[in-house]
Each structure stands twice: as structure tokens, then as C-alpha cells.
Design a binder for this molecule. Structure first.
Ligand SMILES: *[C@@H]1O[C@H](CO)[C@@H](O)[C@H](O)[C@H]1NC(C)=O
Length: 209
């Protein structure tokens, strides 16, 4: 009798595993570059995280046949590490399997895909403060109704060598962190002193007794 539930549990586990891996196995190399994507930063431009804005535009490349975008539901635009900022950093590695890819870690925006017009859509946003200092390009993925990647576009060429820009962390952030740690150190020194003084007083008063 006990073998039956065990078998059921095992098959459920296997099915779940299969469902997860099958869903996650979209390869970038299997996607068509159907989106024409532009971003405002010029090649070599230096932008400040938390301050500067990026404007991106996208539309369907009209050389693809009608209906190419029939499954497109959402467009997600992401900041992606350029190869130069991936060297020796396994946590930024490019993997063809998009479920494992670490190239594009910073979402700029997700917007519903607008199928009725072929006009250019756009978005302008400030670079998030937590975007690390590195060299980037922009990529957009089209997702279908199952939230699977079905097409993409990027601002750089296939070798990721053109239209790259730099993002620098703003110094203000480091300053406030520094001020914070100074305050904390001062606080701990003061409380330590306070503790010693109290301890001294206590021993003194007990010696007097
Ligand atoms: C549109 O797609 C074609 C075929 O893939 C490509 O040759 C062309 O450069 C693309 N156009 C733009 C503006 O990206």
C-alpha cells in the first residue's frame, strides 16, 4: 500500500521538474531579432545611476511577415552587461538558455505590446541607483501569454561591440554610506565608553563598602 503514494509523489516530482525545465528552456539563439530597438545614450557616453535618464524606443521590424507578433503580449526592456564588464565575473555570465542567462539583470520597464499599431513605442526612465558601475547595452524581449520569450531586439550588434555606454555610481551614495558608518562607529565608541564609566563607578562604589 505504501508503495502507491510513494510512486505518486515521485511522478509528481518528476512532472514538476519537467514542467519547470521545459518552461525555462528558451534559447536566445532560437529567437528572432524582430524588434527594432534604440536607446538614447550614444556610444561611449557616461551616465550616472540614480540621476540620468535613458529613453528607449521599439517597434516591430517591418521586414518580418504580418502575424510575426501575433503572440506578443509584453515587452520588457533591460540593461545588459557588455562583454568587457563580464570578464572574470561568473555572476554576469552570458548563457544561451535565457533562464540561466545573467547578461540582462536590470529591468527598465515592462509594457503591454501594442499590436494594433506599428508605430514606435517609447519609454523614458531614470537609471536605478542600484545599477552597478559597468558598461551596458539595452535589450528588449517580447513575451507571449505564458510569459515566455518569443522575440527580442537590442541596441548593439550581434557581437555586442557597438553602441555601448557606461553607467557610473553616483558619489553621493558612497558619501551617505560613509556618513552612516561614521555615525555608527561614533555611537559604538560612545556606548563603549559609557559602559566602562558605569562599570568603573560600580566597582568603585563596591570597593568603598
Ligand atoms: C530588419 O530585419 C532585417 C532582416 O533580419 C535586417 O536585415 C534589418 O537590418 C532589420 N532592420 C532594422 C532597422 O533593424
Amino acid at each position: 500500500m505504501a508503495a502507491v503514494p510513494g510512486f505518486v509523489v515521485a511522478s509528481l516530482l518528476v512532472l514538476t521538474y519537467l514542467a519547470i525545465t521545459c518552461n525555462g528552456n528558451v534559447l536566445l539563439s532560437s529567437l528572432k531579432r524582430t524588434l527594432v530597438l534604440t536607446a538614447s545614450p550614444k556610444q561611449g557616453k557616461v551616465l550616472k545611476a540614480g540621476e540620468d535618464t535613458i529613453t528607449v524606443t521599439w517597434n516591430l521590424n517591418q521586414t518580418y511577415p504580418a502575424g510575426t507578433d501575433s503572440a506578443y503580449k509584453t515587452i520588457k526592456v533591460k540593461l545588459c552587461y557588455a562583454p568587457i564588464s563580464q570578464v572574470d565575473r561568473a555572476w554576469r555570465k552570458t548563457v544561451d538558455n535565457l533562464a540561466k542567462d545573467k547578461t540582462c539583470q536590470f529591468k527598465m520597464v515592462a509594457k503591454p505590446y501594442n499590436p494594433s499599431n506599428k508605430t514606435v513605442q517609447s519609454f523614458t526612465g531614470t537609471i536605478e541607483r542600484d545599477v552597478p558601475e559597468a558598461t551596458y547595452f539595452v535589450r528588449a524581449y517580447a513575451y507571449d501569454f505564458d510569459d515566455k520569450e518569443v522575440g527580442y531586439g537590442q541596441t548593439t550588434d550581434a557581437h555586442k561591440s557597438t553602441n555601448l555606454f557606461d553607467i557610473h555610481a553616483i558619489t553621493g551614495r558612497h558619501m551617505s554610506l560613509d556618513i552612516c558608518s561614521i555615525c555608527f562607529s561614533a555611537f559604538s565608541v560612545v556606548s563603549l565608553l559609557g559602559f566602562f564609566i558605569a562599570e568603573k563607578k560600580r566597582t568603585k562604589s563596591s570597593e568603598q563598602k
